[in-house]
Design a protein around this ligand. Sequence first.
Ligand code: ZN
Length: 230
Amino acid sequence: MQLSRALGGAISAAASHALDLALPARCSGCGREGEPLCRSCARALDARLELPGGVPIGMPAELPAPLLQLEWCAPFAGPVRAALHDLKYRGERRLARPLGLAVARRWGRVGVGASVVVPVPVHAERERRRGYDQAALIAEVAATALGIPQRRALERERATTAQFRLGRADRAANVAGAFRVRPAGGQVAGHWVLLVDDVVTTGATLAACATVLVHAGAIGVSAITVARER
Ligand SMILES: [Zn+2]
């Protein structure tokens, strides 16, 4: 039952992927036909490009331990929010390219260190159903543009409640212990890891990932997301 559902999900994901590529893209931001994110809407991705890095807005204590740096490209709003939604829920994988390149631009401008890029994983069953892991697609584009190797070193051990359904206080507890370093393909020891995810809110998910990476021998963990939600 579970297997057939997983297979069905994978087949429909593959079919919708093929269909997507056959159809011209439509801009997530304004609906214009041509590109998954038109040039005008894509400008929103660089909303923070000129801002200095390394200083989280608000109190320094807002940087969740053990993260060394937390960066993001733009507020979670407008075309950025629409693009992230369409990548995650509408199967528009072509959006990974503009989103990943924006991550690379911001990190290239203000990022410090980082010898390997690691995406924050969705649960394996969710990836099977969706056909891909959106953070891994973004991370792959960003890593290539930055010239840093990407490793899918983490996995989500248990499905967690979607963070947006929870209050701030419950978010850390929800993701604590949810991640582990993959038995194979880990190799984070001695590396300064750059975590990549689509959206950050409190940083609890990134902090939970960073904790297990440090335990696995990473010498430091920084993070960047496409957007920040407040
Ligand atoms: Zn547009």
